[in-house]
Design a protein around this ligand. Structure first.
Ligand SMILES: [Zn+2]
Length: 355
């Protein structure tokens, strides 16, 4: 039956992941009890989880149009249960809730689908998670979502069928932005700086300062003149522009806190429960955003040097060519070192001085 359905319609919201769609289509025909969707932020694991759940709950194997499918896709089907962390990490309390939910009988469908978000943050609750996933109630299918697999979670992961989500290809991000009415030029620029992360692409597309930051990075090669003072000043300008880039995200976070405060008040609570954890998570997201911005900026800088190496330009002398090649190598090295949370000011200053 399943083969006859336009299953692509079911995965219409999943951007740029054709291999994943194929895997999940096949998996839905003969589901096992636990899946692990592994992919970086903005790669679509949550969207995919809903579509996959629809395929598992729909009496027709995921027709995309019935009442079951539509509710699953909207995240409102009673047999699609999402467990998201209540604090900064998926803690013991969340794991307890998960154990109870896993024992529950499905309301309507033949099975229930339990989607667990941010499993890479479930370090302390890994043992509880493992126990649940290892001894699954017969009517429950787990879909665990994780950005990566820390060592604490290797055993949990080994009990699941792993589905890997690569970053969304730039062309797919671009088409997705254009479909939302973003103009062609901006869509191309934002897609190139998105790192295959749709959430980041969405924020950048609505960030008025983005074009200016790009221009600043592009202008670096022509502004460096071998003087340390100039390199230092430029490094400060670049870092300041990254601070500016955080404004939209900080606004989003402020709105989130305000909403939580309003909810708490309407429930008669004096303070937002778990506020500290929320703030901590927001800070982490802001740090990650800074690193992403810096990495994207270094990418633009490397491209600016690489463009000078283009085959079209035969006027370059051998010395300039060698300089450009060396510059690209230095930038690539600096970008790779971002993994180790370096001091950004020092990193950028020393890079620009050497360039
Ligand atoms: Zn259906």
């Amino acid at each position: 039956m399943t083969e006859d359905h336009p299953v692509e319609a079911l995965f219409a919201e999943l951007v740029g992941q054709p291999a994943v769609v194929q895997t999940l289509r096949a998996a839905a025909r003969h589901p096992v009890h636990a899946y692990l969707f592994k992919g970086p932020p903005g790669s679509g694991t949550r969207v995919a989880a809903r579509a996959f759940a629809a395929a598992l709950l729909c009496p027709d194997g995921g027709c995309a149009v019935c009442w079951t499918c539509r509710r699953a896709l909207a995240g409102t089907h009673p047999d699609l249960v999402s467990v998201e962390r209540t604090g900064a990490a998926l803690g013991i309390d969340d794991a307890r809730r998960l154990v109870l939910l896993a024992q529950r009988r499905p309301f309507e469908a033949a099975r229930q689908v339990l989607v667990v978000g941010d499993v890479h943050l479930a370090l302390r609750s890994a043992p509880a998670l493992l126990k649940t996933v290892e001894e699954p109630p017969p009517a429950t299918v787990f879909v665990l979502l994780a950005e990566d697999i820390p060592s604490e979670l290797v055993t949990v992961a080994s009990r699941c069928v792993e589905v890997t989500f690569p970053p969304v290809p730039s062309a797919a991000v671009e088409a997705w932005l254009r479909a939302q009415g973003i103009d062609a030029r901006q869509a191309a620029v934002v897609a190139a700086g998105s790192g295959g992360d749709l959430d980041r692409a969405h924020l950048l597309a609505h960030d008025a300062g983005y074009a200016g930051r790009l221009e600043l990075w592009r202008s670096v090669p022509s502004r460096l003149n071998g003087e340390g003072g100039v390199a230092g000043g430029l490094a400060r300008d670049l870092l300041q522009s990254i601070d500016g880039a955080l404004v939209p995200l900080r606004e989003q976070h402020g709105a989130e806190l305000a909403e939580l405060a309003e909810q708490a008040e309407s429930l008669g609570e004096r303070a937002v429960p778990g506020r500290r954890d929320v703030v901590e998570r927001q800070h982490r997201a802001e740090r990650r955003w800074r690193t992403d911005e810096l990495r994207a900026g270094l990418g633009i800088l490397a491209r600016a040097y690489r463009d000078r190496l283009g085959p079209a330009d035969e006027t370059l002398d051998a010395r300039t060519l060698a300089q450009c090649e060396r510059a690209v190598a230095l930038i690539t090295e600096a970008a790779a070192s971002l993994e180790h949370n370096p001091n950004e000011t020092l990193l950028l200053e020393s890079l620009l001085v050497r360039l």
